[in-house]
Design a protein around this ligand. Structure first.
Ligand code: C5P
Length: 302
């Protein structure tokens, strides 16, 4: 009899986020290169009558504890697939920044899928878990895999990428999150204002950068730093101009590159090595976190 299952699940940074034009369904086609980093949430699934969610950790007042929480939605979707009731208590121990552009909510969805699957003894095949994850949100499949992967479509269709060595990152956490839909809307607005148009067909098809894929495979932070790119960065900076100062501060402290993580407002700095990362974090102060990549995907803890 299983009493409770805890799954550890990683955050991500987008080392390339190429955003195509807005599609008729409102989403954007992406070439999204995810890298899992060693900041983790833990999702515990325990037997219960009905579905409840609790959370603890930094900024958890910002996350919903009802059925709109991605972890709850994951439990419901998995139960539906198997024709059972989503009877589970989900507890989320948060260490990934909330609404920070590091896919913390998506990580919790992925963690809940795996934790409920184990608690309920379902043994759902991974391709099915990945499919449900993709329906829950564009960023939910990746934390199941971890490592590095290219996401196309909305970002949910994944191909694993080779990554070697260890990349040392520093994440500068901002006060208050940014809304992902709002950042995409601002990206569209800036494209229209720039005269290029914002629709699919008006914007270049997003594609993975071969130099970036090679830098990951080679484990070369200097090469990776030269090609880091986030098409949402201008939109995040437009909504949160102070992020430019954060980027400058990290660069000044020796970062090889600084980039807004996903839709922000977390800023990710790539360091040459571990000592460099610690130095950058010290210069940025208490809001900075050091983390190594690649991190493994969602894992059931013993
Ligand atoms: O898929 P997810 O629920 O994470 O997406 C959140 C929002 O981000 C969407 O409602 C949409 O506004 C925007 N988005 C997008 N194109 C993508 C992924 C997300 O426009 N490929």
């Amino acid at each position: 009899m299983v009493t409770a299952v805890t799954v550890r699940v990683p955050a991500k940074v987008n080392v390339q986020l190429a955003v195509g034009g807005r599609r008729p369904d409102g989403f954007h086609d992406l070439a999204n290169v995810f890298l899992a980093v060693g900041l983790y949430d833990e999702v515990t699934a325990a037997p219960a009558d009905g579905l409840t969610v609790t959370a603890q950790g930094r900024d958890v007042e910002g996350i919903p504890l009802d059925r709109t929480n991605l972890a709850a939605r994951a439990a419901i979707a998995l139960a539906e697939l198997h024709g059972i009731e989503p009877d589970v208590h989900l507890h989320i121990a948060k260490d990934i920044p909330v609404a920070g552009g590091m896919a913390g909510g998506s990580a919790d969805g992925a963690g809940a899928l795996l934790a409920c699957d184990a608690l309920w003894g379902l043994d759902t095949p991974t391709p099915q878990l990945l499919r449900i994850a993709g329906e829950l949100g564009s960023d939910v499949p990746f934390p199941l895999l971890g490592g590095a992967a290219l996401g196309v479509g909305r970002g949910e269709r994944l191909t694993a990428l080779e990554v070697s060595g260890t990349f040392h990152w520093v994440f500068a956490l901002a006060d208050g999150g940014l809304s992902t839909p709002e950042v995409y809307r601002e990206c569209d607005r800036l494209r229209r204002a720039g005269g290029s148009g914002d629709l699919a067909g008006e914007v270049a098809e997003p594609a993975a950068d071969p130099a970036l894929v090679a830098a990951l495979a080679a484990g070369d932070p200097h090469a990776l730093a030269r090609v880091l790119v986030n098409d949402l960065q201008d939109a995040a900076l437009s909504l949160r101009p102070a992020l430019a100062d954060t980027i400058a501060a990290g660069r000044g402290a020796g970062a090889l590159a600084g980039i807004v993580s996903g839709s922000g407002p977390t800023v990710a700095f790539l360091a040459a090595d571990e000592a460099g990362a610690v130095k950058i974090a010290d210069a940025l102060g208490t809001s900075a976190r050091v983390a190594a990549a690649p991190a493994p995907g969602a894992t059931v803890l013993p």
